[in-house]
Design a protein around this ligand. Structure first.
Ligand SMILES: [Cu+2]
Length: 107
């Protein structure tokens, strides 16, 4: 076995030994025109799941540069999800209720 192959094998083994990160689902509830919790820290690859417990619709969106999204109209009881694939701090709001604020830190 050449030294290069040995180093390659060691690199692969190191990657395999690293703890898996991401892939978790983190729940955020919308209730009384507010997010609960209003701040959350997640890992790259995690999914934030919004559950609308209000009796009216919401419309989650973010205008944070690099994290822009619009989850469209979310009816009562409806679930919307979004996965974050790179780190940063994301400010999320509601297009209908402009006082709703959520801060997501993606590590
Ligand atoms: Cu709303």
């Amino acid at each position: 076995m050449t030294l290069f192959r040995l180093i390659s094998c060691l690199a692969v083994l190191t990657l395999l030994a690293m703890p898996a990160r991401g892939g978790e689902i983190v729940e955020i509830v919308q209730r009384d025109r507010a997010f609960s919790p209003a701040e959350v820290t997640i890992h790259v690859g995690d999914t934030v799941r919004f559950l609308n417990e209000d009796s009216f619709a919401h419309n989650m969106l973010s205008e944070t540069p690099g994290f822009e999204f619009d989850l469209q109209l979310q009816k009562p009881g409806e679930i919307k999800e979004i996965t974050f694939d790179h780190p940063g701090v994301v400010m999320v709001g509601c297009d209908i209720h402009t006082k709703m604020h959520l801060m997501i830190t993606v590590k």
